[in-house]
Design a binder for this molecule. Structure first.
Ligand SMILES: [Zn+2]
Length: 397
């Protein structure tokens, strides 16, 4: 299989031309809405008549809709097109160690309805509850939901929809797609959390990211994950196992144990858990119960010195790993996602310091940017698994 990048595609000259042109038009409407047929023609070099036929089809299929009139450039005012926003089209399931969220979204990726609960170690209980939530969401949708995207905090084989290993819950070889699909009758797409968020950045991120050919998404949560985008595609490696940089060794005696049990992994120095451990050590209060990272960020933003210090020390370690990734991959950008992005004003300097050291040695640099996906990056990621399959296409070579 060869993938064709439709975000940058010119009008294709293949026998699958019809499908490809359809995706090109759909993507122009998605990225530039409101846009007229004439503008699409100017941008794509497709024939006006081809565009009109495709637009009719996309309207009939409920993907786009007409929306008012634009400025006249001499003749009749052009009719503008936009994505059809009414109604849910996909369901996203974001499983995280703290909270599992199940939500519907429209074609533009906006969350419409959501429900959340704390996942259980017992996968039957967790996915039984996911199925209940999905059925509840489906009951009000008149069959408009086309697929379910699931993001998991661990190693996933997206081809088979299997969780190979999810360390936090100790799930091994769990047929997640099958468990949900057999009970809901819907297709299920499963991927690792960092890959899902990288996909969300690719489709819904800021233009510097979504237009980049190569970027790396670093997801800081209970653990640290990376999603690698090469040439506008997620790089997955064999059985989807690429990007496990959370376990690269960056030191010794980390503040917490990594999810793999060791104390020398990047994750053990740079995760939310590491930041909390540093803070508790600074406050000499290692037993503060149910203290979460969100509260730590709030305290740091409020100016509490120990909280600021804990975040900066964590960002310095995060920067070491990011610097290694930049030296190795030379991406255009590195995007940092997770709650830590909210404290960007506090951590940016610490993050960039190490990277500037590398640059001084003549090694490649890259822009480091906070994610703009908002409060629920993994949910946006799970939803992107469904939406990207509508906007992109896999074309047999
Ligand atoms: Zn590890």
């Amino acid at each position: 299989m060869r993938r064709i990048d439709l975000k940058k595609a010119q009008a294709a000259r293949l026998n699958t031309i019809r499908d490809i042109n359809r995706q090109i038009v759909l993507n122009y409407v998605r990225e530039r809405e409101p846009i007229s047929r004439a503008e699409i023609a100017r941008e794509t070099d497709l024939q006006r008549s081809t565009i009109s036929t495709i637009v009719d089809e996309l309207e009939t299929d409920g993907l786009i809709e007409e929306f008012g009139e634009g400025e006249s450039t001499g003749g009749r005012r052009p009719t503008l097109l936009r994505l059809r926003t009414a109604g849910p089209i996909g369901i996203g399931v974001a499983v995280t160690p703290t909270l599992t969220t199940v939500a519907t979204s429209d074609l533009a990726g906006r969350v419409l309805k959501q429900d959340d609960f704390v996942a259980d170690q017992d996968p039957e209980k967790t996915f039984g509850r996911v199925v209940e939530c999905v059925k509840e969401l489906l009951s009000g949708t008149n069959g408009s939901i086309e697929a379910i995207g699931v993001s998991l905090p661990g190693l996933v084989d997206p081809e088979t929809g299997t969780a190979i290993y999810v360390p936090y819950f100790k799930w091994r070889d769990l047929a997640v797609a099958e468990m949900i699909s057999s009970r809901t009758g819907l297709p299920v797409i499963v991927d690792n959390d960092a890959n899902s968020v990288a996909l969300a950045e690719l489709w819904f991120g800021r233009p510097e990211v979504s237009n980049a050919r190569d970027f790396i998404l670093v997801l800081v949560a209970e653990g640290v994950g990376t999603g690698i985008v090469f040439d506008g595609q997620i790089y997955r490696g064999k059985r989807g196992a690429a990007g496990e940089f959370g376990h690269m060794i960056i030191g010794t005696h980390a503040p917490v144990a990594c999810s793999c049990g060791n104390r020398d992994c990047w994750e053990a120095f740079s995760s939310e858990r590491a930041a909390i451990a540093r803070y508790q050590r600074l406050c000499r209060n290692a037993s503060a119960p149910s203290f979460d990272f969100r509260a730590l960020v709030d305290r740091a933003l409020g100016g509490e010195p120990h909280a600021v210090r804990a975040l900066i020390d964590t960002a310095l370690c995060l920067g070491v790993g990011i610097s290694n990734l930049i030296v190795g991959f030379s991406p255009e950008a590195v995007v940092v996602g997770g709650e830590i992005a909210r404290a960007w004003s506090l951590v940016e300097k610490a993050l960039t310091e190490t990277i500037e050291h590398s640059v001084r040695r003549g090694l490649p640099s890259a822009r480091i940017l906070p994610s703009t996906l908002g409060e629920q990056p993994t949910l946006r990621g799970a939803l992107s698994l469904v939406l990207a399959s509508k906007f992109g296409a896999t074309v047999a070579a």
